[in-house]
Design a protein around this ligand. Sequence first.
Ligand code: MIG
Length: 791
Amino acid sequence: MLRSIAPALIVLATPAYAQTVSPRADGVEVQAGSLTLRVTAQTDAILRVRIARDGKFPEDASWAVPANVRAKSVKVAPLADGFATSSLRVHVDPATLRLSIDDAAGKRITADLPDPIKLDGTGFTLRKAMPVGEQYFGLGDKTGPFDRRGASYVDWNTDSFGFSPATDPIYKSIPFFVSVGGAGGSYGFFLDNTWRSWFDFGHREDGTLAIGSANGPIDYYVIAGPSSADVVRRYTDLTGKAPLAPRWALGYQQSRYSYMSDAEVREIAAKMRQSQVPLDLIWLDIDYQYRNWPFTVNTQTFPDLKKLAGDLKQDGIRLVAITDLHVAAAPGKDYAPYDSGTAGGHFLRNPDGSTYVGPVWPGPAVFPDFTRKASRDWWGTLFKGFVDDGVAGFWNDMNEPAIFETPTKTMPLDTMHRIDSDDFAPRDASHAEIHNVYGMENSRATFEGLKKLRPNDRPFVMTRASFAGGQRYAVTWTGDNNASWEHLKLSVQQLVNLGLSGFSYSAADVGGFTGGPSPELLTRWYEIAAFTPVFRVHAAKDTPRTEPWADGPEHLAIRRRFIEARYRLLPYLYAVAEQNARTGDPIMRPVWYDYPAARTAGCDQSMAFTLGRSLLIAASPKPESPRPYDICLPAGGWYDYWTGLPESGDKLSETPALDRLPVYVRAGTILPRQPLTQSTAQVPQGPLSLDIYPGEECSGTLYWDDGLTTNGATLRQTIRCTQTASGLTIDFDAREGAYKPWWNGIAVTVHGWQGGAKIKGTTATANDAARTLSFTIPDQPRAARVTVSRQ
Ligand code: MIG
């Protein structure tokens, strides 16, 4: 911390009211009338802005940004009206507290409008400029247009069964957006405030970006780029990275509300294996429980959960069980979650001190106080039985929290929480303050509980509600979507925006939760979801079946082929996931994340996305239409993923066919893949494949480990290729880490090749029609060069 120098006090001439500018070692503080604005350079590119009313700054505490991150700041150079960091220039108008932020060259990143801070009782609104040409993304999985310009949003976690592409708010509140296209490059804005909040992107007032909240601290971060990738990475420096998931989380996942019995689960598993559809996970929805009481099992229908989990595991299939937070209010029934929770004082209270009881699935239910560390710890212990039974992952649903039989769909706003956690001062807090972080803290309690029960294992938790920073604890999905083409389209935009908002592991119910998809819609959804971070088929009760075989052999064949493609891609997908854990780069990205010019390319790219930097998936922007559509490929060259042939030109016309999804590989990619398995738990038989697509900056990354633990050995290796006058050289860097991989050999395929070739120590096979050259070499753990000479 660099806050030790005594601030010099500059009193300005003829103030309308008191104005002082106090330089600080790591920023500036400016007072105008009853407001004091403090800007702190957390890093050279991240500014924190806090505003005090009546001289009192709000508590310096946060659910989203850990204390050790907030404590860091850097030294700045004072300016007459602000300060500079190595990459930013910050100006504050001392009369109005109007803030503007430029890059080092003076290009505008973001600026307040005149009259920038409006107070309204406990609430406030900040007003900022919205230059023409800027677009806005993020805010989690909110519906509405992909680019948020022109729309307005409310953050208030809401159980939104059957939401439409225009419903707002829905389940999550992630008060963070990325602005793209401004003069000073991309920037991010994060409002660290948990109360009911809003973002208005010029909806109400043209050219005005208005951000407000009903209550709570005026406390926000401006995160400079200039690239969108810089912004997203820095946002995850603040709010945390999503830890690398267990590898099986990247496999195909089958769910339904509900698989009703042990027998039905076994039948689904057997049918998957018979149909040769790779599968890693089966999900147990609420009906496995006794009377919908969390942490119980209906032993009539699931007589031996441990045996079921064990038998499935033999087959490479793991179980995930739903564990909702609404504990049945069942005194005297020998129901441990209620009894131990009551004894420990872990449930939320009414203002009069009595325990709050609300109706949900179990009937009358009580609700853990997840903002208390002690209550989170208690919650974490409830998983012991299931963990001992071998249940691999947990599903935290209904944690907005959802309450039945009330128009607000949630608990009264005066329900009392106790904050006793992190660096907060212990105090009581109303539900109005905690509501938006309740689901995140529920998933945190689950995650931390699992860490304690199995310290070396990577927990797998999926949550419905969350807040900024929730990616540290859980993956998420978009809730109760609908079986429609417009929801398929919406889902792609939701997952892309979630990725930009820190939630890199995301899913949408494949096929739609409500309704019932046509066979074509369901097949198309499988195809696209095969390239999304979490691939989970799920559907509501009383809807048609959506398992891969549900619509007959032709649809099954297509769906299987896409699931297989995903399993072959696992070495690539896993390396992208590891990159995400390290850097914050999303797994699934808008095309312009890595290729900025794509944002303004001519084509409608609302259904295009990349999986890592190397694969571009170009689904139809009108997925319901049989009409041809244009695909814009970013500059630099691409290959067709399915044929391996280079594309000529950067604009392609695609005529939709149900069995085809256009996917492209960046020229300059070395793509690792593996032989097909039926589960990520199976050891692939055969060599690792490396497909080389020659082009600029040609490289690829191998990352591998046991896929399960956090403390085991790892393997990391970069491979590069260079086109030479006589052919191609492939350079293996020395491998880092001691993990011993499953492969002994490497099957190399060079794409876009013509003619024969000579390689020392092996024989190469050319295929002129496919324009490939293939050869096998031993594994290359050490630095080595393979020279491919044209013949
Ligand atoms: O009130 O657990 O979004 O995925 O199948 C419905 C039953 C409760 C809502 C979830 C959905 C899940 C369902 N749940």
